[in-house]
Design a protein around this ligand. Structure first.
Ligand code: COA
Length: 532
């Protein structure tokens, strides 16, 4: 191993260790309440998920860092992700009752909406593992009105023939009662579930009636009398067993499962640690990453031909700072667009627009690998039409209908974030490497622009610009932008679906492609007007 490789490995391993420490905060968010919850004989949200999904199968946890950097616990009192239940890929949304009684804060709402979008776009059945104190009362103004969407999504999924299951382990009151209320299948745990519009104290205040939890909203009552529960579970394990049986009987069929046999990558994914610089100023060849992520060409290859290569590059001699081409991942054909040298110029933008159309012509999903400082600026480039060429790329990305996956490997700045299918362009899934950074521009550039603007503004007013005084402002701005560009911060804002270890990229994308295959893949040939 060379000295450069060694130091890159060390730096990336340090970032991965940091990532694990942050993720652990989500697992331990309940603190002392975890022990209390267990003493009550209850399973934690993660234990419930482990028992729900098929033994030995992977659970792709999504948005574990939601709420990072906010006043709320990391994870936002929810555990969400995609798990395989009786062979069916399902969206699982589990309240964490050890964090503020499972109450939902603004980040939980954002996270649950994103989970609902993923389930809807990919046609996944949803399983809610419910035990929540409802709205986080101090922040109710931010969640009460938008929060209603959660219930609407459940019933709309049902109307699209995508089943929803709710397993109620505890409190599910007020608005929360509509989670089981709107679900297709409801399982309630005996002597634990409490599903009512108002608990005994509120009923007494509202109507004067004196009653108790069990007769108002217990599992026995709902299973035998109100009919709001379909299955009475004897305990939590029984509830999860019943949930698995419900899914087993869904008669679920994937719409376009056509993955072929595949080989592991020709080059070892572990090498990514030696190859990917954590200092974004150092360039790297994305082909080195691609060959460690996509299927190899040994036994069981895509084409089975002697001249097969793992990555068939398209237009390799044109617009060379964007590398595009065809490959296969876990047996699924994909097109890849990867930034090779940071800046996007007119040729790269037009190459991307053409390539995206080709992928739509052959119904092939696209993978965008970000490492871009944005579109080229300057007189020659403006006169050469960089805006209209960038617009062609953004048009193609926006109107493309094949599923998109995005991985932010390094830099993702300015409109480059848009052209490369950043969050606002609705990729089916978006993951970030711990080395990534994303912002409107780099911290030094942003602070420098602010200085120029402040200087010109002072001059216009006939004032003397206080250059020395501005040094502290610049430092403050640089620090703030640097912090806001980091993956945890962006993940905390739910701008991605998770920060991942680069070595897991292949597995994560493979799961995503399998999930995507639940729906038919149909490209679009009708794009908007391309400004030529
Ligand atoms: N909003 C904000 N904080 C809440 C909350 C809510 N809806 N529900 C619970 N919490 C907080 C508690 O104040 C407590 O905070 P603390 O650790 O700072 O003291 C923490 O969560 C744990 O609550 P606790 O009551 O000890 O947990 P529990 O497991 O015994 O009971 C509930 C959980 C949910 C049954 C109970 O807290 C409750 O009834 N909450 C109110 C439910 C409600 O009426 N929600 C409004 C519906 S819209």
């Amino acid at each position: 191993m060379t000295a450069v490789a060694g130091s890159r490995r060390e730096a990336m391993l340090e970032k991965i260790a940091d990532l694990h420490a942050e993720q652990t905060k989500a697992v331990e968010a309940g603190g002392k309440y975890i022990a209390r919850h267990k003493e009550r004989g209850k399973l934690t949200a993660r234990e419930r998920i482990d028992l729900l999904i098929d033994e030995g199968s992977a659970f792709l946890e999504l948005m574990p860092l939601a709420g990072w950097g906010s006043d709320f616990a990391v994870g936002a009192s929810l555990v969400t992700g995609i798990g395989v239940v009786e062979g069916v890929e399902c969206m699982v949304v589990a309240n964490d009752p050890t964090v503020k009684g499972g109450a939902l804060n603004p980040w939980s709402v954002k996270k649950s909406f994103r989970a609902a979008d993923i389930a809807s776009q990919n046609g996944l059945p949803t399983i809610n593992l419910t035990e929540s104190g409802g709205a986080d009362l101090p922040t109710q103004k931010e969640i009460f009105i938008p929060g209603g969407r959660g219930f609407r999504e459940l019933t709309r999924a049902s109307a699209r023939k995508v089943p929803t299951v709710s397993v109620v382990f505890g409190n599910s009151t007020a608005g929360g009662a509509y989670v089981p209320g709107m679900s297709d299948y409801v399982i309630m745990v005996k002597e634990q579930a409490k599903v009512f519009l108002a608990g005994p104290p509120l009923v007494k205040m509202a109507t004067g009636e004196v009653t108790d939890d069990e007769s108002l909203g217990g599992a026995e009552m709902h299973s035998r009398i109100s009919g709001s529960s379909d299955y009475l579970a004897l305990d939590e394990h029984d509830a999860l067993r019943i949930a698995r049986r419900v899914v087993a009987r869904l008669n679920w069929r994937k719409a376009s499962y056509d993955a072929t046999a595949y080989a592991e990558p020709d080059l070892d994914p572990d090498d990514l640690l030696d190859l990917i610089p954590t200092d974004l100023k150092e360039p790297f060849d994305p082909r080195e990453a691609i060959l460690r992520i996509v299927d190899g060409v040994s036994t069981g290859s895509t084409t089975g031909q002697d001249n097969a290569v793992a990555f068939d590059e398209f237009k390799p001699l044109y617009g060379t700072s964007l590398c595009v081409g065809w490959a296969q991942l876990h047996g699924h054909p994909i097109g890849i667009l990867a930034n090779a040298r940071g800046v996007l110029m007119s040729e790269e933008a037009q190459k991307a627009a053409q390539f995206i159309q080709l992928a739509n012509q052959k119904d092939t999903p696209l993978l965008f690998l970000h490492n871009t400082t944005g579109y080229m600026v300057g007189k020659d480039y403006e006169q050469g039409g960089i805006i209209k060429h960038g617009a062609q790329m953004i048009n193609a990305v926006s109107n493309s209908k094949v599923p998109h996956l995005t991985v932010i490997m390094g830099a993702s700045y300015g409109a480059g974030n848009y052209g490369m299918n950043g969050r606002a362009y609705d990729p089916r899934f978006l993951f970030t490497w711990p080395s990534a950074k994303s912002a409107v521009m780099g911290p030094q550039q942003l602070a420098g622009v602010m200085e120029i603007v402040a200087r010109e503004s002072a001059e216009k007013k006939g004032q003397v610009f206080d250059a020395d005084g501005f040094v502290a402002v610049k430092e403050m701005v640089e620090g703030m932008i640097e912090e806001q560009s980091l993956p945890y911060f962006l993940s905390g804002m739910v701008y991605d679906d998770g920060v991942i270890d680069p070595r897991d990229t292949r597995t994560v994308l493979g799961i995503c492609l399998s999930v995507i295959a639940n729906q038919p893949i149909e490209g679009e040939m009708n794009f908007g007007v391309f400004r030529l």
